[in-house]
Ligand binder design. Structure first.
Ligand SMILES: [Zn+2]
Length: 118
């Protein structure tokens, strides 16, 4: 599993940074301290699970394509390479933009938390 994504913090003064969950980020400009431990763990994990599903989906899809076409091309008939290229192109041109849009929307809908400086 990849490490949990960092949390982006925007300070009152306009500075921003990011830090791992549970850690405290100190603004370089105004020295306020923002503790991400104030975020409920459950809410943070729910957000991560949602984003992780997108990665799993794309990896699984890629693995299936490879698993289907690699043996066909290598062991059955090299003409399948042409079909593999068509499917690969369709995947990149049709599926990937959709996928990226869904990820962007999910990221935009991801919860935001109000932290209180310490
Ligand atoms: Zn600041």
């Amino acid at each position: 599993m990849p490490p949990d994504p960092p949390i982006a913090i925007a300070c009152d003064c306009g500075e921003s940074g990011s830090v791992a969950y549970g850690e405290t980020w100190q603004c370089a400009k105004c020295e306020k301290r923002w503790n991400t431990g104030q975020i409920p763990r459950e809410a943070y994990e729910r957000r991560n699970r949602r984003m992780r599903r997108f990665r799993v989906e794309i990896l699984a899809f890629g693995a299936i394509l490879l698993g289907v076409f690699a043996p066909l091309v290598l062991f059955v008939e090299s003409r399948y390479l042409f079909l593999a290229i068509i499917v690969g192109l369709a995947w990149m041109l049709l599926y990937m933009p959709l996928w990226r849009r869904r990820v962007r929307r999910a990221a935009a809908e991801a919860p935001r938390w109000e932290l209180h400086p310490e």
